[in-house]
Design a protein around this ligand. Sequence first.
Ligand SMILES: [Zn+2]
Length: 230
Amino acid sequence: MNAVQQQFPYRENNEVKHRRWSVDVKAAASLAGINAERFSVELADMAVHFPRWILTVSQHHALVRCQKCDGMVIFDRGARCVACDVKASRLPGAARPAWFGVMPPIGIDGLARIKDGLLARPPKGHVVGHREGLGNYLLVPLVVTYPPQFPLSPVEVFYLPEFRTIPGMPQEEVSHAFHMVGHGKMSLFAAGEWIPEMGARTTLQQRAYAHVVKFLNYANGKRNAFAVVS
Ligand SMILES: [Zn+2]
């Protein structure tokens, strides 16, 4: 299997450059406690469908950062800092490999109650923009981690805490009304819905994207946004 390449943009002398590296699958699989072959499938699948997402390290929703410079941790010859290249030698016990990136754009012109506030003050880490045909849109960053029981248990998908600063967002951590189970984690699968052949890519495409759209609609006042349509 070909090595998966990732890249990270940085600014140097007012010029955008990219650090590029081949993902160290063995190091990531070992931190995840997942078979390297199974993890390679995850990487290849994400590289095709979410090519800008980066495999990093997190504890729940919180990315583990370089102790020296606060840079993102990547899997390049082990786990190391994307900015200063120092090895991340002392990862916290609960650290897991995690994907970090933004979801495809979500049009917000139909969200009359929250649109203006979003455009004026997008939450930290979130991006608003405008595109012909789509209108105003929002890019929502998410964190996807692999629980110790993966692939018997589903990947875990988290919002950043800043997502809840969107006007109209409920503040409760746990809710059946908007399918959240605490610490910013989405509730995405009913019992029996997850199968071990699924992974980060399928979960993002088939579950998490819809969760984000529903949650924005909920904040906009649609209280049955998460209701099952039968
Ligand atoms: Zn660093």
